[in-house]
Design a protein around this ligand. Structure first.
Ligand SMILES: [Zn+2]
Length: 381
């Protein structure tokens, strides 16, 4: 199978491809992506890595179950050693017809797939569809609706909706199990701001609505019933951190700042009263909306730009996001924002690079259907 696909791939490369396949020319050229250290390289028989570049390539590429499996395997076991997730045994048996492994020890769940221990675990949807959906969500600038994904990969809209939520959890920096989150700040200034995302009070999750109403008493009509998102942009790294927060009280803002921004960083905020004690832990500059010309550096235009991207996605693609789910959509937008360019802030990231940045984030996270529908009683704050 692998060999046959390789031949197909070769014929596309050397033959006379129709215009829709132009994108995979130069696939094995001296592209800067061709780093052997990359998690998901698939090495061809001639030793050169083989990578899809466009959505069409990706669909074609992952439609071969061997390619999809190889990708998943390298994601799950980056050092190439497959081991049982239950007991750690490495002498596992590969079951060719099921594309699964079986542990030699007798214990529950001794058979496992490459999706084990990722947001895709226990999903009956095959890896090729998952990988295509990940490609779509990590790359579509304004997000992609479950209807579009359902059509593109041939699953029901309900399945696509759940898949997208699991992928968003995968992309999340805020998810509990993600261990490599880094604070922003330290080197350059951090722009801090909050925004209010619409949605009517009646659509709110019940206990959240009650809390919200009691906390927001006295809020002006404009913000009443809206969900608060707090954002922090590291201006030199161009990295955003954003979180749904329950209110705009001083303690909430301060606690979120301390969690996301390095102590002692230079922080720019507006004049909101909730920020009046920021200088206890940070170098605090307040944006003066009247006299911005005095110091052109102190502004929050960067994070405000992020808010407009977020709102465009929410209005244009997702239309009716419940406050309960908002954090996931924020996580999704943060991922794409943080992966627009390389660290040099000049070279744009390719679709493949974003895709490959997304996948390793999926390991160690789980999301059940009851959690995503809010039926387990938690409120996700
Ligand atoms: Zn085992």
């Amino acid at each position: 199978m692998w060999r046959r696909n390789l031949l197909l791939w070769e014929s596309l490369l050397v033959g006379n491809p129709s215009p829709r396949f132009i994108g995979i020319r130069n696939l094995t050229g001296d592209n800067i992506l061709d780093k052997s250290t990359s998690v998901c390289d698939i090495t061809r028989m001639d030793g050169k890595p083989m990578k899809p570049k466009t959505l069409q390539d990706a669909i074609l590429f992952f439609s071969d179950p061997d390619n999809a499996l190889e990708y998943m395997k390298r994601l799950r076991w980056p050092d190439g050693q497959v081991y049982c997730p239950r007991c750690g045994r490495t002498d596992v048996v590969y079951l060719n017809n099921q594309r699964k492994w079986q542990c030699k020890s007798v214990h529950p769940k001794r058979q496992f797939s490459a999706k084990v221990g990722t947001v895709m675990e226990d999903s009956p949807i095959p890896a090729d569809k998952w990988l295509t959906a990940v490609w779509l969500l990590s790359n579509c600038k304004n997000g992609i609706s479950s209807y579009e994904v359902a059509k593109a990969i041939g699953v029901t809209q309900k399945s696509a909706w759940f898949m997208l939520h699991r992928i968003r959890l995968g992309l999340s920096l805020n998810a509990k199990k993600f261990g490599t989150k880094k604070k922003v700040g330290g080197s350059g200034p951090v722009e801090v701001d909050e925004t209010f995302v619409g949605g009517k009070l009646k659509n709110m999750h019940k206990d959240r609505r009650e809390r919200f109403v009691s906390e927001k008493t006295g809020a002006s009509g404009g913000t009443m019933g809206k969900t608060v998102v707090m954002g922090m942009l590291d201006r030199s790294l161009r990295q955003v951190r954003a979180k749904v927060i329950p209110n705009v009280k001083r303690e909430t803002l301060q606690a979120t700042l301390l969690k996301e921004v390095k102590h002692g960083s230079n922080v720019y905020t507006d004049e909101a009263i909730g920020y009046d004690k920021v200088s206890y832990n940070f170098i605090h500059d307040v944006v003066n909306h009247v006299e911005t010309y005095v110091d052109g550096q102190v502004h929050t235009n960067g994070i405000e730009n992020f808010w407009s991207l977020l709102k465009r996605t929410l209005r244009g693609t997702y239309v009716a996001v419940e406050p309960f789910h908002l954090e996931r959509y924020v996580d999704e937008q943060v991922f794409r924002y943080n992966h627009r360019k390389h660290e040099d802030q000049k070279t744009p990231m390719t679709d493949l690079e974003r895709f490959e940045a997304a996948l390793p984030m999926f390991v160690g996270k789980r999301l059940t259907y009851s959690e995503v529908t809010g039926k387990d009683g938690t409120t996700h704050f």
